[in-house]
Design a protein around this ligand. Sequence first.
Ligand code: PEP
Ligand code: MN
Length: 354
Amino acid sequence: MTDSRLQELRSQVDVINLQILELLNQRATVVSDIGKVQAQLGTSFYDPQREAFMLEQLERNNKGPFSNETIKALFREIFRASMALEETEARAKILVQRKSPDQSTVIILPDSLTKIGGGGFSIIAGSCAVESYDQMDTVAAALSERGIKMMRGMAYKPRTSPYDFQGMGEEGLKIARQVANKYGMFVVSEIMDKSQIEMFSDYVDIFWVGARNMQNSFLLNALGKIRQPVILKNGLAATMEEFLYAAEYIVSSGNPNVILISRGIRTYEKWTRNTLDIGGIAVLKLESHLPLIVDISHSAGRRDIAIPMGRAAKASGADGLMVEVHPNPPVAMSDSKQQLSIPQFNALMDALDM
Ligand code: PEP
Ligand code: MN
């Protein structure tokens, strides 16, 4: 008798469970429609006043036996799941978001041979900054011997202190172009402001947005109007979501040729300049179809771990690495602690079988 009563009650619970399941999914569908309307209106998914109102209404109507606290805790969980659903649906719509496992943006440079993304492992290398013709020529000769095609030609340096070397400006771009032409290489160079785009186009093959400008939406939108590839570095304390939304500014303005660079973020750690998030690289590759390069120089801030950093970059699933190389690092005008000498660069390339 008791046994059949138990069976009967359990069947009632099973039926109720299925009703709750049906209702939860009905609710999720309505919430998802709300998300679509909010996206059209440009309003935020999270509305604390609306949440407070719903909880109050539930409290007023709660006849027990669950306490108000229990009901509120359960519904807060439902609200959280709904928000996550709205966010996932909103993200799925953004252009830089991966839509299928095999989707990958491949950047093809004007020689039709040099590529970033799509399976290879690309190297971008060169000094932190252009300092002189001879310095650039020495580095380019060494890089070109290793088959490197993409050379840093950094002429504008957004330094922490205004009293530090700020770069050679247009003169530096001229040197970078001359040297790159001599060795058949491409110039990548950091642009500071949208007013420089026309002038940069005379010298540069790949535009570069540094960490300090990651959220300069005017610059990002303007770079969306050009055709040349744009490298975008993550901000000093940017989340991955913020990083991808910054890339979205460029792509949604019309330029699909964006390359991401992970350069680490600022943490409490002092023994490396920044903290490189290897897990984050894997997540960015899952979330976005854009190519991703690992900056082993600025993330480490030191040259003595270049080989393990390079190996980690290669193993992480990234599409390449960026490394600073200088003919005489101790006297470099910027980032002297992290730039590799030419023999150290060659050792890195050997270690990576490049
Ligand atoms: C750089 O790569 O030259 C540079 C300035 O790095 P970041 O923008 O990552 O600080
Ligand atoms: Mn540097």
